[in-house]
Structure formats: structure tokens, C-alpha cells
Ligand binder design. Structure first.
Ligand code: NAD
Length: 466
């Protein structure tokens, strides 16, 4: 399968004629090729975006709905492509990733129709606010939820009247390409949605500094986010950064143990631990430490998180090497591997066992660096203050979960843990309307609901003398 860029409403080969291999992480085999784009391709895509006509609110809403309907008719194809690119199970992409990506389009198709601005009356004057598009915007996305994170940005950007140049991850290019084709199929004007594939420093970097790009919405690693902020901020582009995490699951002895064990395992191992929101640090009250670890282990043993069956692979064998190196590091740092810790499957595949580590200090590298794999380190605490201090110890501040039957304690913790999102007795429960984003090194800005709509627009006040 040879993919193409999508520029000005049609397929475009990369200007240099070069391609990158797309690799199936379940086997390590090459399964296709993607354009290795450069600044020339970016320039062509931005020029197309700049020339795209502005649609009315109703037209944008109807377009997003039509795209959602067309994608819904292709769920099996999209789910297969997403599973091939990412190594996820087909069950996960069919029931989770793709429907969720389609919901993003439906949500913003509806939300833009009820968007309103304010009117502020004075004794002798009247103010009203115009909400206007920014112009061409750059959307740069990672590989862990390819189509979901693509439409999570494309939908509000287009709903608010902007044309888009998107740069999906080079590791997961397929579904974004289909989505762009579908936009054209259902009648999107030429240049409204452009997709440029390629490596970050070759295709992403020129996009972030292009003079006609008015805003950059980025989801990915903290190091990349800082590099983008470093070049885009001096150009005064609007920048939204959704970055990494090292999130705590804080478990008190008074919690519902069954619910907490299931929730904490999900937080640790869902998507093979490759979720920015993953609870990769389990901070658990000392008196239930051993029992809780046992409960996690039981779920693994009964097959809830079995690589190749109930759990997909990692994104690549190279990433698997990184994840495996953290298990070795954990041993050097004094930790115990309670279960897992090994590569499984064919040599060039990316399967890795769900892994529980105990006995590690809270300040060691394994407990402070984002691993992005199915590894959870367990740390006992004796008091609420100690639990909060441990939760806040890392430089990240994206998400957290607190497990307790004492609601007062839960509210106290929610206000004290430094993270943009706190779940109480649940994990990763999502509502389109709520602010999504991180504190500290986990990012700048919020996405979701009106937050994305505000990011992808600019308000202009008009004041009339009465
Ligand atoms: P990454 O930072 O390596 O790449 C993300 C995207 O940026 C890719 O499309 C890449 O090609 C592009 N890129 C790389 N260098 C660039 C540059 N200099 N200029 C412009 N673009 C560039 O991240 P990844 O490995 O694809 O994804 C994993 C990371 O994403 C993890 O750290 C994870 O926590 C984070 N993430 C965060 C969220 C969130 O909402 N906070 C969601 C998902 C993933």
C-alpha cells in the first residue's frame, strides 16, 4: 500500500519522490510506504489551505456530519488500517478508536451550530463580539490514537471556519489519508483539509514556522512540544500543546477494592500503556499494598491483558527496546519485577508483557520518566499528605485518579494533586465538553468542547456609539 499526501482536494506524491516504510508492529514486516515530504510539500499544502473558501456555519456543520456518516460506513476498513498501523487489536479499533473518532466530528458539527458570542450594553454604547476564523492552522498528531486525535483537532478547526494542514505521525499514516479522501468525496472545497506525511523534522518543522500558518495545535511528546513552542512562539503563532504524562493512581485502603483493582489495571495497561493519561505510578496505602498488587497480578494471570489477545503490541520494536530497557533499569534501581518484564512474540514484533514493579523509590528514573508501555511501578504511602507529595513529585501534571469511599478525602485530593484532570473512583471517563489538558510539563492550553472552539477562533469586539 503506497500512500500519498492530500493537497488541494487530490492525491499528491511527495515533491522529492521519496518514501518511508510503514511497518506492521505485530510482525515487524513492511506493510506499505508513505510520502517523505519536505518544505516544498508543506508550502503547497499551506497555499492550498490559504486559497480554500470560507464556508458558512451551516455548511461546515453539514460537511462534518457528512464526513462522520461516510466514515461510519467504513468502520471495518478504518479499524483494520488502524490496527495494522498501531498494533492494536481489531476489537479495540472497531469498538473504540474509530467510533470515537467519528463522534468527534458529530460533536463539533452540532456544537458550532449553537455557538454564540456576547453582547455588552453600556449607557451610551453597545458592544458585540464577532467570532472569526484564524486562517490556515497546523495540526500535528502522534501515533497512539491516530484517527481519534486527528479528528479531535480537525473537527473543531474546520467547525470554526479554518482550513487545515495536518501532519499525522509517520508511524500511523493510513486512517488520516482515508479521512482526507472522504472529506473530498462528500464535497469539501479544495484545500480545506490537507494532509502532509513525513518525518517531524522534515515535514512537521517547516509547517510550524510557515508564515501563513496562524496556529499550531500539537499533541505529542514534551521534548517535541518544547521545540515547537521554541520556534512558533517568537513568530507569535497561537500554540496549543498536549504533551506527556507520568500519572498517579492514588489508592486508599477504604476504596472499593474490586473496582479500584480493575480501574488501576486499566489505567496501567490500556492501549498497552501507550496513553498520555495512563496511570503508570500506583501510589497505594501501605496496609493494602500486598493485597492490591496480588489483585493486579490476578487480572494479568486470568488473561485480561494478554499480548496478542486482549492487549495489542507496542508501536514498534524500537519502542519495545526502550520499554524493555526500563525493566533493566528498574532492577538496577533496586526494584522487583513482580510479573511480566519480557518481550514476547516474533523477534521484530513489538509485543511486551504487562509488568508490575515494586520496591522502587518514588524519585528514581523508572518512577519519574514517561515510559509509554504496559509498566506500572507501585509505591506505598502511610498518610494522605505523603500520597499527595508522591503524586506531585514528578515534573508532569496531566491526569490522576483517586480511589476512596471517603468523598471528603476525594475532594481534598482532587484539589491538591497537580494535574489537569482528576478522576475519582474511575479512570479515563470522558465528556466532550470538559477541559482536557495538562499542567507543568504536560502542556499548555486546554482542548475539548468550547476550549477547542476558542483556540481555533479569534474574537473581535465591535463597539457602537449610541
Ligand atoms: P512525538 O513528539 O515524537 O511526535 C508527535 C508528532 O510530532 C509526530 O507527528 C511527529 O512527526 C511530529 N514532530 C516530531 N518532531 C517535530 C518537529 N520538530 N516539528 C514539528 N513536528 C514534529 O510524539 P509521539 O512519539 O508520536 O507520541 C507519544 C507522545 O505523545 C507521548 O509523550 C504521549 O504522552 C504524548 N501524547 C500526549 C497526549 C495529550 O493529549 N497530552 C495525547 C497523546 C499522546
Amino acid at each position: 500500500m503506497k500512500l500519498h499526501n492530500w493537497i488541494a482536494g487530490k492525491a499528491a506524491a511527495p515533491s522529492a519522490g521519496e518514501y518511508l516504510d510503514n511497518v506492521d508492529p505485530k510482525t515487524g514486516d513492511v506493510c506499505g510506504q508513505i510520502p517523505r515530504s519536505n518544505a516544498d510539500d508543506v508550502n503547497a499544502a499551506v497555499a492550498a489551505a490559504k486559497a480554500a473558501p470560507l464556508l458558512s456555519v451551516l455548511e461546515r456543520s453539514e460537511l462534518l456530519t457528512a464526513v462522520a456518516d461516510a466514515l461510519a460506513a467504513r468502520i471495518p476498513q478504518l479499524a483494520e488500517l488502524e490496527a495494522l498501523d498501531t498494533g492494536k487489536t481489531l476489537a479495540a479499533t472497531t469498538a473504540g478508536d474509530i467510533p470515537r473518532a467519528i463522534d468527534n466530528l458529530r460533536y463539533y458539527a452540532a456544537a458550532v451550530r449553537s455557538d454564540s458570542t456576547s453582547c455588552n450594553q453600556m449607557e451610551d454604547g453597545l458592544n458585540y463580539t464577532l467570532r472569526q476564523p484564524l486562517g490556515p492552522v497546523a495540526l500535528i498528531t502522534p501515533w497512539n490514537f491516530p484517527l481519534h486525535l486527528f479528528t479531535w483537532k480537525v473537527a473543531p478547526a474546520i467547525a470554526m471556519g479554518n482550513a487545515v494542514v495536518a501532519k499525522p505521525s509517520e508511524l500511523t499514516p493510513s486512517t488520516a489519508t482515508v479521512c482526507a479522501e472522504v472529506f473530498s468525496e462528500v464535497g469539501a472545497p479544495s484545500g480545506l483539509l490537507n494532509v502532509v506525511h513525513g518525518l517531524g523534522h522534515e515535514a512537521g518543522a517547516p509547517l510550524t514556522v510557515h508564515p501563513d500558518i496562524k496556529a499550531v495545535s500539537f499533541t505529542g511528546g514534551t521534548v517535541t512540544g518544547k521545540a515547537i513552542a521554541g520556534v512558533a512562539a517568537p513568530l507569535l503563532k497561537k500554540v496549543s500543546l498536549e504533551l506527556g504524562g507520568k500519572n498517579p493512581s492514588v489508592v486508599f485502603a477504604d476504596c472499593d477494592l474490586d473496582a479500584a483493582a480493575a480501574g488501576v489495571a486499566r489505567a496501567a495497561f490500556f492501549n498497552t500503556g501507550q496513553v498520555c493519561l495512563c496511570g503508570s505510578r500506583l501510589i497505594v496505602e501501605r496496609c493494602i499494598h500486598d493485597e492490591f498488587v496480588q489483585r493486579l497480578q490476578q487480572q494479568i494471570e486470568r488473561g485480561d491483558w494478554t499480548p496478542g489477545k486482549s492487549m495489542g503490541s507496542l508501536i514498534s520494536w524500537q519502542h519495545r527496546e526502550k520499554v524493555a530497557s526500563y525493566v533493566e533499569l528498574a532492577k538496577e534501581e533496586g526494584g522487583t519485577v513482580v510479573c511480566g518484564g519480557n518481550r514476547v512474540g516474533p523477534p521484530k514484533s513489538a509485543f511486551f508483557q504487562p509488568t508490575i514493579l515494586t520496591g522502587l523509590p518514588i524519585d528514581c528514573r523508572v518512577a519519574t520518566e514517561e515510559i509509554f508501555g504496559p509498566i506500572v511501578s507501585v509505591h506505598p504511602f502511610d498518610s494522605e499528605d505523603e500520597a499527595i507529595a508522591m503524586a506531585n513529585f514528578v515534573e508532569y501534571g496531566l491526569a490522576s485518579s483517586v480511589w476512596t469511599s471517603d468523598l471528603t478525602k476525594a475532594h481534598r485530593c482532587a484539589a491538591r494533586i497537580e494535574s489537569g484532570m482528576v478522576w475519582i473512583n474511575t479512570w479515563n471517563k470522558r465528556d466532550f465538553r470538559v477541559p482536557f489538558g495538562g499542567m507543568k510539563q504536560s502542556g499548555v492550553g486546554r482542548e475539548g468542547g468550547r476550549y477547542s472552539m476558542e483556540f481555533f477562533s479569534q474574537d473581535r469586539n465591535v463597539c457602537i456609539q449610541l
